[in-house]
Ligand binder design. Structure first.
Ligand code: GLV
Ligand code: GLV
Length: 302
């Protein structure tokens, strides 16, 4: 009989679902907001695979609800902190994800956010609409240039140096502390793990240069958001550009939304059409490979 696959979103690109439908019985959640927990627990029962997104928490309770025939959890994201990978490993359930394919899209969004923050685009644009723009003025809405600063000179910090990748962009490996103290722009693009949780805390923001711009296209969880608010509000650092926050979406009364020196986007790092289509197909191909007992295109191995 055909394996059952549950898809937690109605709106992934159809090209991925078509691949699955050739050999599986596919059912999908039908509404725009994430599937409620009790529905997820009911729907995964009897499934061989779950096609999920970063809005779904896949933990032991979900795996229990699915049953022992579950072979694969495949997420349409590079991040997988929403999945209890250790629990999956113990049960022999394979975990798929979508790295690499979204790297360029996310890098482009990072650069857009960096430029938007640096040249105060959203703050300036607002003045056009609210009547704040009275006249061209020499020193009005000035930001800082990129010329001579460090994103032209790239330093990076990771647990292990990546000499090959670094050589491609002339990057120099530094420790976390040196990066904090010397950078004009700091971009967080690391995975959220126990080691990186709130790594950008009050102590970290204190070490940054006063002209530092902090960009986050990783996960909201790598930042102590209260400390970030304090650093921005007190002008301890110049500005921040955030594609990710805690929680998502931010409540409309969140104090971060009242600051002029922060640009916030709704987690759209990988949101270019071709990238999302390919992510949908990879998520499906990961499932098909796991069900066939073969090599998955991108498997989380820990
Ligand atoms: C997006 O944040 C992803 O993890 O793919
Ligand atoms: C700006 O528009 C200039 O002419 O300098």
């Amino acid at each position: 009989s055909r394996p059952r696959v549950y898809v937690t979103r109605p709106d992934v690109d159809a090209s991925g679902l078509e691949l699955l439908r050739k050999s599986c019985n596919v059912s999908t959640w039908k509404e725009a907001l994430p599937v409620p927990r009790e529905v997820l627990l009911r729907e995964v029962a009897g499934c061989e695979a779950v096609y999920c997104a970063l809005t779904d928490k896949i933990d032991a309770e979900v795996l229990d609800a699915a049953g022992s025939q579950l072979k694969c959890v495949s997420t349409i994201s590079v991040g997988y902190e929403h999945i209890d990978v250790e629990e999956c490993r113990k049960r022999g359930i394979r975990v798929g994800f979508t790295p690499d394919v979204l790297t360029d899209a996310t890098a482009e969004l990072t650069l857009a956010l960096l430029l938007a923050t640096n040249r105060r685009l959203f703050e300036a644009s607002k003045q056009v609409y609210n009547g704040g723009w009275k006249s061209w003025a020499p020193m009005w809405m000035c930001g800082q240039g990129l010329k001579g600063s460090r994103p032209a000179e790239i330093t990076y910090t990771t647990r292990t140096a990546r000499p090959q990748e670094a050589a491609a962009v002339n990057g120099r490996h530094v420790d976390f502390d040196e990066m904090l103290r010397n950078s004009d722009f700091i971009v967080a693009c690391c995975a959220l793990t126990p080691e990186t949780k709130e790594i950008f805390n009050a102590g970290a923001f204190k070490k940054m240069k006063p002209n530092c711009i902090f960009i986050n296209t990783a996960r909201g969880g790598v930042v102590d958001q209260k400390a970030l608010h304090e650093a921005l509000d007190s002008k301890r650092i110049l500005a921040a550009g955030l594609d990710v926050t805690t929680p998502e979406p931010l409540p409309l009364d969140d104090p971060l939304l009242k600051l002029d020196n922060v640009v916030i986007l709704p987690h759209i790092g990988s949101a270019d059409i071709e990238t999302r289509k390919e992510m949908s197909r990879i998520t499906a191909r990961n499932i098909l490979a796991a069900l066939a007992g073969g090599k998955m295109e991108s498997e989380v191995t820990v």
